[in-house]
Each structure stands twice: as structure tokens, then as C-alpha cells.
Design a protein around this ligand. Structure first.
Ligand code: FAD
Length: 408
């Protein structure tokens, strides 16, 4: 069979890898010049490793992608970086039961209650009964107002904005259930790993057409089967012949875009070696600060210290229209609040935007998930909005790619 895959993100790469092993002819069409999709990387002068435009890591139980990396002999680095929260102008390490029990901003009763609830979510294997419950209501009732308002409410607000009160507990359960203290990262960066996959697929006879945007699915009429890996609203755009009811069902699925301002600093920003800092302050202009070089060694990046200032926002949010300079002006006073010794001693800074990056998972999401088969004969949809209950990620993109390959 001759199979077209639209998109060389990790869903498209994984589908192409598994299908090409079955000796079918695979053609991957990608509008960007590189593979990797939302996890795509880039290289600056004198850097040994590529860096993701948006921060990325794996959990050590991300088995689908880790086993794919092993299959192609790609080296994986495993480390236990520090994760912290910023509460009332202080940074507190917050990545183990012990740190939670020592957290000074809550009374011991609230800490014990939070630990009990997180523990029960971590070890409860049944997510289905949770999908009818809203995260905000559950956390407030189960952990108490203080714990909710100190840690979780600001994080939900900063991540989901106007959707913060809509998120299903099944999504929160998945975040807690899946998280591992140790994290993994592909040697050389995600772009290096994606390029290694491209090479293997090409060795299996697959073809990649980069810088090739598919504007209408009709362009691919000579293929036996087509796999679309784009977010659903792009699928609707390139396939106007889809029935209206199906289109409406896809368009009701909501999502947020992502923006990351990457600072390349001469000195670390978080000198306590925190990799991931969640900002528990609803007034903060930044959702999370991720100091990549507190996870991977700065020697791979010419000894620069790399810091992501990350936000999720709707695609029409004012931040989406700002330049790196304009955004930095907004962020700068807050950066000084977090680290009073910080001065912008930057080698450079760069802004990356992705209009669709994080699906919104409301209650009963299982009832509205699109199927892999579409109303169009021999056209399949495999995208982030079908990942559930787990939070979308490259691991699930690989799992989805493998699933669609099996169906085909
Ligand atoms: C800020 C942020 C942080 C994240 N952190 C992590 C993390 O730590 N760990 C993790 O595993 N995952 C993380 N993710 C999620 C992960 O990046 C995604 O789940 C995964 O990359 C989705 O892969 P995909 O192939 O399904 O979609 P995409 O990556 O969106 O791929 C779709 C591809 O289609 C291409 N395309 C679009 N339109 C066309 C067209 N018309 N014609 C041809 N090509 C087209 C795009 O250029 C893109 O390459 C993060 C994402 C973001 C935004």
C-alpha cells in the first residue's frame, strides 16, 4: 500500500516507523523544515546539542517512546532534577512526600490531608469514575481551602485560564498517577532523536517531504490511505468535504496555545538548581520557569544557562501578538521578584509560539473523543485530542502512531 502521513511530529514519525517496517510505501508530508512537531528543536552556534523550542522531558514510565528509542539504539539520559513551587515570594522544593510534609506554608493537618489525597490518586488505578468530577471542586473539598488556594488553584488558573474550572479530575489523576521523580531525555535533544527516527524510516524505504504544507486533502488522491496527525481544527480546514455534524463535533474540542521565551544566560537563574518551578501566584505573568540546564549539562550548550519562561494561552491572547522584547518587558519585574540578584545578562533570547499545544479536558471527555476512523474513506485522524486520560505528550504520540499503524 501507498500511505500518506500528514505531519512529522511524534505521532507521524511513530506511524511512519511502524508502517514502514511492514514494507508499505510511506510518504510523510511536513510543513516545517524539520521533524518533531511541538517537540521540534533548533541549534545555536557553538551548541553541541539541539534544544526544544518548548521545554520537554520524559517520565521514566513513558514506555512507548523509551522502547522506540531503544529499538533505534538512541541513548537516553535519566536524572532526578529538582522540582519546586514558588509560593509567597519563596521557592520550596516540592517533589517528594517528605518535601510536602515539610512544606512550611501549610499547617501540618493540611499537609497530611494533601499527602493522603495525592497518595490515593497516585495508587488508585481506576480513572473512569473520576471523569464526572471537576478538579477544582474535588481538590477544594478533599484537601481543604488552604491547601487548594496555596498550591493548586493558582496552578490551574495559570495553566488553563478561563477553562480552569472545567478540567476533569481524570486529567489531574493522570498527572499525579504518571509523574516520576526521575526524568528522561534523549541524548543530543529531541530534534536529534527525531532525525535519527527519520533516518531509520528512510532506511525502511519511507520518504519525507519537508517544507511541504498540505492545504487540501484532495492533493493526496493517489494514496491508498491517509493519516492526518494535525490538531482537529486543521483537519477540518484541509478536508472541507467532511460532513457538517462531524466537523461540529471536532470544533467543540477546545485547546490552548503555548508561548515560550527562552533566555540564554551567562549565569544560572535559579541558583538552587531547580529545574522546574511552578508559580503558585495568580498574578504572575509567567506560568512556569524551566531551567533546562539544571537538568541537562550546560556544557552541551556552550556553557550557556538556558531558561524557559512558559505560558499556555488561547490563540487570540494578546501575548500571542507580542515580540520577545515586549514580552520580556512584562516578565522582567517578576523575574527580579523571584531572584533579586537577576540582571538580564543574556547572550540572547528567543520567543517561540505554538497556536495549538494543550487540549482542554472537560468532564466526560471520553464521550466526545474523536475516533481514529473518519467519515472519509481511507482517511484516519490521529492527534493529541485523542490522548486520554493521560495528558498529551510525545510518549502518547508514539503510542497513537503505533495504534494507527496496526489498524492500517
Ligand atoms: C509547552 C509544551 C511542553 C510540552 N512538554 C512535553 C514534555 O515535557 N514531554 C512530552 O513528552 N511532551 C510534551 N509536550 C507535548 C508534545 O510536544 C506533544 O504531545 C507531541 O509532540 C504531539 O505530537 P503530534 O505528532 O501528535 O503533534 P504535533 O507535534 O503538533 O505534530 C503535527 C505536525 O504536523 C505539521 N503540520 C501542521 N499542519 C500541516 C500541514 N497542513 N501539512 C503538513 N504538515 C503540517 C506540524 O508542523 C507538526 O510537525 C509539550 C508540548 C508543549 C507545547
Amino acid at each position: 500500500m501507498k500511505i500518506a502521513i500528514i505531519g512529522a511530529g511524534f505521532t507521524g514519525l511513530s506511524a511512519a516507523y511502524y508502517i514502514s517496517q511492514e514494507k508499505h510505501k510511506v510518504y510523510v508530508f511536513e510543513k516545517d523544515q524539520n521533524p518533531g512537531g511541538l517537540a521540534v528543536g533548533y541549534l545555536e552556534k557553538n551548541w553541541e546539542w539541539t534544544l526544544e523550542k518548548h521545554y520537554h522531558h520524559w517520565f521514566t514510565n513513558d514506555n512507548s517512546i523509551l522502547s522506540l528509542a531503544r529499538k533505534i539504539d538512541h541513548k537516553i539520559i535519566i536524572k532526578r532534577p529538582k522540582t519546586s513551587v514558588y509560593v509567597d515570594s519563596e521557592i520550596y522544593q516540592f517533589d517528594s512526600p517528605l518535601h510536602l510534609l515539610q512544606f512550611p506554608k501549610l499547617k501540618i493537618y493540611d499537609r497530611l490531608r494533601m499527602a493522603a489525597i495525592l497518595g490515593s490518586l497516585k495508587y488508585n488505578p481506576f480513572w473512569q469514575p473520576l471523569e464526572s468530577i471537576k478538579t477544582n471542586e474535588f481538590l477544594q473539598n478533599a484537601m481543604g481551602k488552604n491547601a487548594y488556594q496555596t498550591i493548586w488553584e493558582p496552578q490551574l488558573h495559570n495553566k488553563f485560564g478561563d477553562y480552569a474550572d472545567d478540567i476533569s479530575l481524570a486529567w489531574f489523576w493522570a498527572r499525579i498517577n504518571k509523574r516520576t521523580a526521575q526524568l528522561a531525555y534523549p541524548s543530543g535533544g529531541f530534534l536529534t532523536f527525531a532525525n535519527a527516527l527519520v533516518k531509520k524510516i528512510e532506511e525502511n524505504g519511507g520518504k519525507f517531504l519537508f517544507n511541504t504544507e498540505i492545504r487540501e486533502i484532495k492533493q493526496l488522491k493517489n494514496f491508498d490511505k491517509i493519516i492526518v496527525t494535525l490538531p482537529s481544527f486543521y483537519f477540518v480546514k484541509i478536508a472541507p468535504q467532511l460532513p457538517n455534524v462531524y466537523k461540529q463535533n471536532l470544533l467543540q474540542l477546545k485547546g490552548l496555545g503555548a508561548i515560550n521565551l527562552i533566555l540564554r544566560l551567562k549565569k544560572p537563574f535559579l541558583p538552587d538548581n531547580t529545574y522546574w518551578l511552578s508559580i503558585c501566584d495568580k498574578e504572575s505573568p509567567i506560568m512556569a520557569i524551566v531551567e533546562h540546564t539544571n537538568f541537562m549539562d550546560s556544557k552541551h550548550y556552550n556553557n550557556e544557562h538556558i531558561v524557559y519562561l512558559g505560558n499556555y494561552v488561547p490563540h487570540d491572547h494578546p501575548y500571542m501578538k507580542l515580540s520577545a522584547n515586549e514580552l520580556l518587558k512584562i516578565y522582567d519585574p517578576y523575574l527580579r521578584k523571584i531572584n533579586p540578584n537577576y540582571t538580564l545578562d543574556a547572550i540572547n533570547y528567543t520567543l517561540f509560539k505554538a497556536p495549538f499545544a494543550q487540549p482542554i479536558i472537560p468532564t466526560y471527555y471520553s464521550k466526545i473523543i474523536p475516533t481514529l476512523e473518519t467519515p472519509l474513506k481511507n482517511v484516519f485522524l490521529a492527534n493529541m485530542q485523542q490522548v486520554y486520560p493521560w495528558d498529551r505528550g510525545t510518549n502518547y504520540a508514539v503510542e497513537l502512531g503505533e495504534k494507527i499503524a496496526q489498524i492500517i
